[in-house]
Design a protein around this ligand. Structure first.
Ligand code: THU
Length: 134
């Protein structure tokens, strides 16, 4: 176990992220990412990166998972697991969320929100301190 004092199973969530990664549309970068987001009420949403021939149109796995959950009405979240690696490889190294995803997550999650990577569980506070505030 990465951490035993939790109301969800982080290893299970990471496995779901690894599965979700199989749906990645990453023909331009060749880098496949999967995400599994668990809401406060325990519902799990998955996401994968979806690239586009107009490169900036592409979207990251994390924001796909959040967008699915938010558009279903969820507003409170416990954790997200992220798994990313070149398409033909098994994800082993941690896949840190990009800056745009950190900003996106910070709109909906507090400092204690958990970001589960292959090496450890980070808090949003650790990965995105001193966030932009209006
Ligand atoms: N990517 C994600 O899905 N999440 C991240 O946090 C970082 C990057 C995707 C975007 C693009 O499709 C590919 O990985 C390479 O940058």
């Amino acid at each position: 176990m990465l951490n035993s004092d939790l109301t969800y199973n982080p290893e299970h969530l990471l496995q779901i992220a690894v599965q979700a990664r199989k749906n990645a549309c990453c023909r331009y970068s060749g880098f496949a990412v999967g995400a599994a987001l668990i809401t406060e009420s325990g519902v799990i949403y998955t996401g994968c990166n979806i690239e586009n021939k107009s490169y900036p149109v592409g979207i990251c796995a994390e924001r796909v998972a959040f967008s699915k959950a938010i558009s279903d009405g969820h507003r409170k979240f416990k954790a997200i697991a992220i798994a990313g690696a070149p398409e033909q490889q098994t994800p082993e190294k941690p896949c840190y969320p990009c800056g745009m995803c950190r900003q996106f997550i910070s709109e909906f999650c507090d400092d204690e929100f958990q970001i589960i990577l292959s090496d450890k569980i980070y808090t949003l506070q650790e990965l995105f301190p001193l966030k932009f505030e209006i």
